[in-house]
Every structure is written in C-alpha cells, then in structure tokens.
Design a protein. Sequence first.
Length: 434
Amino acid sequence: MADADPKFPGFSRDTIDDAIVNPEVVANEAEIHALYAKLRAEDPVHWTQPTGFRPFWSVTSHADISTVSKANSRFVNRFRTYLSPIEAEDWIKSTTGDTHLFRTLVDLDDPEHMKLRKLTHEWFLPPNLRKMEAKIAEIAKDHVDRMAAMGGECDFVNEVALWYPLRVIMHLLGVPREDEPRMLRMTQEIFGAGDPDVVARSQHLNQTPLGSEQQVDLMALAQEFFAYFGAITADRRANPKDDVATVIANGMIDGEPINDLQAMSYYVIIATAGHDTTSSTASGGLLQLIRNPDQMAKLTADPSLLPLAVDEMIRWVTPVKHFMRTATEDCELGGKQIKAGDALALFYWSGNRDEAVFDEPDKFKVDRKPNPHIAFGHGVHLCLGLHLARLEIKALFAELLPRLESIELAGEPKNSRANFVSGLKTLPVRYRLR
Ligand code: HEM
C-alpha cells in the first residue's frame, strides 16, 4: 500500500489517488466527502494516477463538472465511460475489439447518440409519463402494503426498495413479473460486481454460481442480456404494444430499422440505469428522514414539499458517483492544461456538496430551494429517465409517509462497495404502518 499523500493528511489508508477509486472509501461517506472537500478546496481539477488504473483528471467542483458535461464535442463519451482497472479495460478490448462491452447511449457521441436518443426522448417526457402515474402509484401501494404485511420489521433495501423500481422498469419494458428476480440479478451483477455481499445476494436470488473470474462473468452476463431482450424485440415487432420496448424494437434510424445490437444496448441501458439509481435514492432518502426527525416531521406535516424533498434525496444520495469524458483537443479547465486524449472523471457527488453552490451542503433539508444538483448530469447525455425517477420516488413516499406511525433503525445500515453506481445495500428498519 502506498504512503499517505502529504498534501492530504488524514487519508492514511491510501494515497488520495488510490482512495478516490477505492470502493471501500466510496462506501464510507465521511471519508469520501472529506476527500472531495479537500480536492475542491485545494486542487479541483486534480491529475490522478491510481495504482492499477489509467490516469485521469478528477473534476470535483460543481462549475467544472457542469462545464465539461455541456461541452459535448470537446469532451466525448466513446472512449472511457466509467472508472475501470487497466486489467478489465484491456480484457474487454482484447475480447470485443472495442473499449466497451455494450454500446449504449452513454457510450456514444453525436450524431449516432442523438439519433438513438430521439427514438424514446418523447416517451420519457412528462406528458407521456402522465399515462403511467396511476400504474406507478399502484405499484408503490403494493410495495408499502408488502411492507405493512411484514409485521413491523424489514430490510428496506432488500425487501422493498430494490423491487419497486424494478417492477416499474420491467413494466415499461414489458418483462413479465416472474422474470424480475433474473433481471435483478443481472443489474446487480453489472453494478455491484466488486462487492461480495451484493454478488452473494444475486447468486442467492438465482442460484447461479459465479465463476472465479469476474471478467468471464461479465461476458456471460452480456450474452444473457442479449438473448433475453432479443426475444422481446422479436415479439414487439410482431405484436406492438403501448410500451417503450415497442418504441425501441420498431425504431428507425436514417430511414432504416434499428439493428439488433442498437436495440439490445437500449434495453440494457434502460434496465440498468433505471433500477439501482432509483432504489438507492429511495433507501438513502428514507435513512435521512429517519436520521433527521425534524425533516421527517416537516415533510409529513406539509406533503406539498414532496417534490423538493425528492430532489434533496437525489442530491444527497447521488447514486451515480461519476461518469467519464475524454478531451478531443488541448484546452484549459480550472487553470490546468488538459491535453487531447486525456480522460476526466466527473465526480457528481462532490459537485452536489460544493459549498460554492449549496447553502449548508452537508445538511439534508426537505425544503431545499433552489437545489441545482447535478445528479442527473448535464448536456446531451442528461439523464433520459429523470422525470420517471422523480415520479417513482415521489409516488413511493406519497404512499409511505401518511401511513407511517413510527419508524426507527433496527440495525446498522451499510453501503455497497462500488465506485460507479452505489448506495445502501442494507437498511434494517422497525416501524408501525397504518
Ligand atoms: C444517464 C443519473 C434514473 C435512464 C444518466 C446520467 C446520470 C444519470 C448522471 C449521465 C448524465 C451525463 O452524462 O451527463 C440518474 C439518477 C437517477 C437516474 C441519479 C435516479 C435518481 C434513471 C431512470 C432511467 C434512466 C429511472 C430510466 C429509463 C438513463 C439513460 C441515460 C441516463 C437512458 C443515458 C442518456 C444519454 O446518454 O443520452 N442518468 N439516472 N436513469 N439515464 Fe439516468
């Protein structure tokens, strides 16, 4: 293990460069936020060379993250999307001939990105989503009923929050209910592959043993995704329905039907991006309400605050911890000379605690206004599902809070150990529900 960086005393576990990619550090909120705060104050665009990773610039201020996110032709997505060890990046390249296992919206640049995004853009806008409101409220009620039936104690993550957005997304994609455990396992393995507890949970759900080689598992996982959604594409071409799977399967790009790889990649991004993100936010939001009884009381007394509270939960949790970009030309950022070809990691969680933008950033306030958080990114890749995510989280708390007579922790909450998409992996609670 490397020595502590003398510039950042207090990070004795690793150098700051190793710490910022270390899932153990990301899982320790106090530690990672102290590290981000130091970087924002002392070196907001920091050249980072962690052991086992290709180097990159760590971008930690709200302003710089926004600038990079909006300059989509100067900072592109197609080369490196998220932080991955050199070994894993090289393996993917040697196996697929490409830098990515999937080519989803977040791994593409315009013009191809925009052509694909346009297919579903309108479907995810509020006027169309309004059609889904009643169904989402029904799914939220089902999950709170399930919680009530559990007799006053549950693990909110594993028994409620993981299943609720999954049901919504699977409903959108037209996946039958009996296949939900399989979908849960696949999304968990993609995002939580580095965390033995998350992998154990996914194995338990499907009884499918993972090999010792995580990289081999990812390839098998890709094949499994493709086989599953290939059948859905064929079905929606033959029998169109009123769901987003039908929009994708029958999409046209430049006057030609969407090809199978493009359609599959679309399902993959929706199935994965729309799941863990929303469930982590719901669990993390509930934990903050439990830890801040004054905020819980304020919200319960005035439900019109719910939309603000939802955005505060999203800011607080920031389930997508970073995305990456690659510079296409030499330029300056935060006083640093960025060279064409340099990679940049945009640490959204840091931007969302930036004291230059947020009043008392380390306080959870259900009535925070304004709340210009960047948890959904910015620019042409701005989260496609942001309205859906807000709708889902709002529906869950709109059902839960009026029925909740009391709630407290029944054990220690634990975060998943992942540095890309992460959040609580267990939240034991004791409660009385009407
Ligand atoms: C992209 C966050 C929920 C679908 C993104 C990005 C972020 C993000 C940070 C990348 C933005 C950028 O690079 O500038 C979140 C958060 C969520 C959430 C915090 C929940 C609280 C969802 C949901 C869906 C979804 C429910 C369902 C469809 C997508 C897609 C993209 C995306 C398809 C790629 C967009 C593109 O590259 O054009 N999301 N997301 N997300 N998200 Fe979400």
